[in-house]
Design a protein around this ligand. Structure first.
Ligand code: SF4
Ligand code: SF4
Length: 201
């Protein structure tokens, strides 16, 4: 991925991609101890949450998805422009029951079943009903969370952190947002390519 990222060095998207990747990396470090401590995990090839859900994403999340699918996976993403807001995720593969862009999935997909909410009465965790060890995960109380030995990731905190990485917190449905960011990436690639040709000539 480094080589593909470095290609965009000197452009605005380079810093944006670096910031969202670093944010997701630190999020992963926060969530892992929590999941381990409270025995929270998803069964292999589940994906029930993706079948009837089309995420709303910020432009930064969409930019990373576009970059990952085009530059790393070398995918043709034209199927996204035909999606027309259908209420399931276009990145979900229903035969393998997997996310086809898991590495670059947006924040909501990283937090669902992996982070607590902050309510008026304190921390609260609602585990997914499909979770691997429901007898443990379903019984996590506010007291368990407050007395946790590890830091409890809180959904709204990460939303605020993501918003802080960009000028506006506007969101759009994933299919449209990724298509738009892909067009920007293509434009930037064309400009870089023209500049390279100019230098070579
Ligand atoms: S969050 Fe729930 S539905 Fe989604 S993959 Fe995990 S266990 Fe399955
Ligand atoms: S982006 Fe991936 S994890 Fe998120 S809803 Fe779509 S298929 Fe599921």
């Amino acid at each position: 991925m480094e080589k593909e990222l470095e290609y965009f060095k000197g452009t605005a998207v380079y810093g944006q991609l670096r910031s969202v990747i670093a944010f997701y990396d630190s999020l992963r470090q926060d969530i892992l101890p929590f999941e381990t401590e409270f025995c929270i995990s998803c069964p292999a090839a589940c994906g029930r949450c993706c079948e009837h859900f089309l995420p709303d994403v910020t432009h930064l999340e969409a930019l990373y998805l576009a970059f990952f699918m085009i530059e790393i996976q070398k995918r043709d993403i034209s199927f996204l422009s035909d999606w027309n807001g259908r209420l399931s995720c276009p990145l979900f593969d229903s035969s393998s029951k997997r996310c086809t862009a898991y590495e670059a999935r947006p924040l909501v997909c990283r937090l669902f079943n992996s982070a607590a909410s902050l309510t008026k009465s304190g921390l609260s965790f609602r585990s997914c009903r499909m979770t691997t060890e429901p007898e443990k995960a379903h019984g996590i109380s506010s007291d368990d969370l407050e007395g946790s030995k590890v830091r409890v990731p809180v959904m709204s905190h990460y939303g605020e952190m993501l918003d802080a990485l960009q000028e506006d917190g506007k969101t759009e449905l994933l299919d449209k947002a990724v298509t738009n960011e892909a067009m920007k990436l293509m434009l930037i690639k064309n400009i870089i390519s023209m500049e390279d040709s100019g230098r070579a000539g």
